[in-house]
Structure formats: C-alpha cells, structure tokens
Design a protein around this ligand. Structure first.
Ligand code: PLP
Length: 425
C-alpha cells in the first residue's frame, strides 16, 4: 500500500532499480554521496507545499511561522558549523549560489580570475558557454607541471588584468589551496576573493581541511558532496554589507520561492555534520583516497602509463592521467562500470584526447566512506581498480571475476540497511 507504487508504478519501479544500482555498485564519483534517511525524510515533507518568498520574519506570504523556524535553524546551524557571521541557505544549487555571488559583487562585464575548466575548475568559474564566461570577462589560471595551482601565475594575471573578483575552488583537484595567499593577491589588486568549497566543505566542517571562511569575502558551496546533505547550495560571509547584497541577489535577484523542504533537509544535514561520527567518516574518506592513490601509483599500474596527478592527494579525490596509457578515459570509465565501480572520466591538463573521450579519471571516496568503508575495504577497491587499469586487454571471464568481487564487497556494506551507517544517522 505504498502510495507511489499504487499511483505511479513506472516511477516507483525506476526508483527501485536506482536503489538496486546504488546498493550493488561502488560509487566513486567524487561529487556524489548518500543522503541519510533523516535528510530524505525532511526533503520528502510537507514543507514542499509552502511558498515563503523573502527571509525568516520578512516574508511576502502568510502562514510562514513554521517555515521560519526551519529556515532559521538551517541558518544558525550553518553559521555555527563553519564559524561564519552570515549565511544564506536558499540557493537551489551550487551553480545558483555562485551566480548569486557574481551578481552580488560584480557588474556585467567585470573581470574575474578562475581556475581553467580543463585544469580542474568548475563550469561556473568561467566556462565559455556558462553565464560566468558569457557575462563576465574571465581570465583563467592554471596548474603547473606538477599539477599544483600556480600561485605565481595567479599573482601575475591579477597584476596584469586587475580583476574585480578572484575565485579559489575546484571540481577536480587533489590538493589544498592556500586561501591566505589568494587573499593577499586579492587585496593587492583590490579584488574580492570568492572561495567555492563545494567539493571539500565536508572536510572543512570536520576540521580536516583549512577553512576559507576567515579569508574569503564570500564562500559558496553545495550541500550534497562531501557535506552529505540534500542537493542544494549555500553562501557564507563575515561581512554585513556583502551579506545584504547576497540576500538580495538570491531573492529577488535570481530565485522566487525557496525550496523549504530542501532547506529543512539542509538543516538536518548541518546538525549531522557537527557530530563526531561525521568527522570520523571524513577521516575514512581521506584515508581511502590516499590508499587508492598509493595503490595506483605502484609500478605495475605505472608501467601501463597510468599516472596519479600531483603524486597523491590530500582531499577526498585523486586524478589519474592516462595521457601515456593505451587506455583512454572513456574506455577506463566503461571498464570500471562493467565491473560495478562508478567513476567519471575527466580531462587532464594538456589532454590530447577530445573532451568526450579524455585522458583522465576522477576517483572519489566520500560515498564509500558514508557506506562504512574502512582502510581494508578501500585497499580491496584500490586493488580492483588497479586490476583494470594496469592491463590493455580485458577478457570477459576476468571482468566477471572482478564484478563478483565488487558484488561481495558491496554486500559487506549495506546501504540504507537497519544497521547501515547511512540509516543510523
Ligand atoms: N562548484 C563546484 C566546485 C562544483 O564542483 C559544482 C558541481 O559539480 C558546483 C559548483 C555546482 O553545483 P550544482 O551541480 O549543485 O549546481
């Protein structure tokens, strides 16, 4: 008597199949995670019914008293979690959080410095077809030959182009950024510093990554990557005047009614992110990424032309270059998918292959850590990935054997099971 099964068996069936997929495969897309049951309960709640344009205690609709409680809790928990003076929890997504930051701080056509998409930046950091690249004059900076963000280049480009804003943040980068150095450069040329911590927010919340909040004028993030909440965006600042501009850029600048059911789910996620269990999970996330990077850096894999970019990782993901390998990014992604490990192919700096093929893989550990993976389990998954990447020929029998090992490993860490880490939250 599940109402969804009764009313819409097609959607119910596709959702069941998606749960089976999530349970039976190993999710290593670095931007993905598993939302706890409590987060999904808030997201699937009656708060979806309510219009609440405006902000707590300043709404354009009646009947917002409970919604105000929810949104204020989300704001207060978020401020506390990251030690920020002001927070906006309304952006529908990370891209919209970034758009609001642009609109709050810049005029159309202003110059912005952002990490090149092909070097690990995000679409919203200046990709040509994105609003950021279309409406603003974006000057890209890059990583150097060691795969590290070249701060000398950032400084040089800042002096030359006098940007109005510098963006520090990334979607595919295995190291930490020096926010203090970025701020020094920004101050020198009179630019705002915006940090997009979408990927590493969970590590910051756990105290395992330097916080950008004391250094940036504005910090944006998603809530669904390492932070492990519902899909959505947030914005933080310590500056009262900037906070006002951010609020008005989000509403009425960009959005209408906030998704209060998602905001309720964000509030739950922020509560969970303040617990010791969350920090312990982020520790396993980091440890897992190091274990996979170390395994893929060994001679048997390196001999096949596979390189771990920057020689390792100090975050939740690693980047693998296949420039010198026979295997390209698409084929490697397909082979891993065939055995039940989900990763995404990714362009790497100076990639000779086209964007739909690529010469790289981005491999992340947050979702498996949420599932309960420990060092031993990460060592096994590292071995499975190594078995695929070190060969150029793959026969069906061998791939079937690897698939069986993935199924056995997945079964050891049930998702959304009674005792599972995810449902236990
Ligand atoms: N910023 C960064 C650094 C990201 O990696 C992403 C998503 O991949 C976003 C922003 C955009 O988030 P969303 O997909 O929620 O719009």
């Amino acid at each position: 008597n599940d109402p969804l099964e009764r009313i819409d068996p097609e959607i119910a069936s596709a959702l069941r199949a998606e749960l089976d997929r999530q349970e039976g495969t190993l999710e290593m897309i670095a931007s993905e995670n598993f939302a706890p049951v409590a987060v999904m309960a808030a997201q699937g709640s009656v708060a979806t019914n309510k219009y609440a344009e405006g902000y707590p205690a300043r709404r354009y609709y009646g009947g917002c008293e409970n919604i105000d409680t929810i949104e204020q809790l989300a704001i207060d928990r978020l401020r506390e979690l990251f030690g920020a003076a002001y927070a906006n929890v309304q952006p529908h997504s990370g891209a919209q959080a970034n758009m609001a930051a642009y609109f709050a701080l810049l005029e159309h056509g202003d110059t912005v410095l952002g990490l090149d998409l092909a070097h690990g930046g995000h679409l919203t950091h200046g990709m040509r077809k994105n609003f950021s690249g279309r409406d603003f004059n974006v000057v890209p900076y890059h990583v150097d030959d060691d795969g590290l963000v070249d701060l000398d280049e950032v400084g040089r480009l800042a002096d030359e182009h006098r940007p109005r804003m510098i963006i520090a943040g990334w979607s595919a980068y295995p190291r930490q950024l020096d926010f203090e150095a970025f701020r020094e450069i920004a101050d020198r040329v009179g630019a705002y510093l915006m940090v997009d911590m979408a990927h590493f927010a969970g590590l910051v919340a756990a105290g395992l990554h330097p916080s950008p909040v004391p250094h940036a004028h504005v910090v944006t993030s998603t809530t669904h990557k390492t932070l492990g909440g519902p899909r959505g965006g947030i914005i933080l600042t310590n500056d009262a005047a900037i906070a006002k501009r951010i609020d008005s850029a989000v509403f009425p600048g960009l959005q209408g009614g906030p998704l209060e059911h998602v905001i309720a789910a964000k509030a739950v996620a922020f509560r969970l992110a303040a617990l010791p269990e969350f920090a312990e999970r982020q520790l396993r996330t980091l440890s897992g990424a190091r274990i996979v990077a170390e395994r893929l850096g060994r001679a048997d894999v390196a001999d096949a032309g596979v390189r771990v970019l920057s020689g390792g990782t100090d975050v939740h993901l690693l980047l693998v270059s296949l420039i010198d390998a026979e295997l390209d990014g698409r084929r490697a992604e397909d082979l891993l998918h065939r055995i039940g490990i989900t990763v995404n192919r990714n362009s790497v700096p100076n990639d000779p292959r086209p964007p739909l093929v690529t010469s790289g893989l981005r491999i992340g550990t947050p979702a498996l850590a949420t599932r309960g993976f420990d060092d031993d389990a990460f060592a096994e998954v590292a071995e499975l990935i190594a078995s695929v990447l070190r060969r150029t020929e793959h026969d069906d029998a061998e791939l079937d054997a690897l698939r069986a090992r993935v199924i056995a490993l997945a079964a050891r860490f049930p998702l959304y099971a009674e005792s599972g880490v995810v449902s236990g939250s």
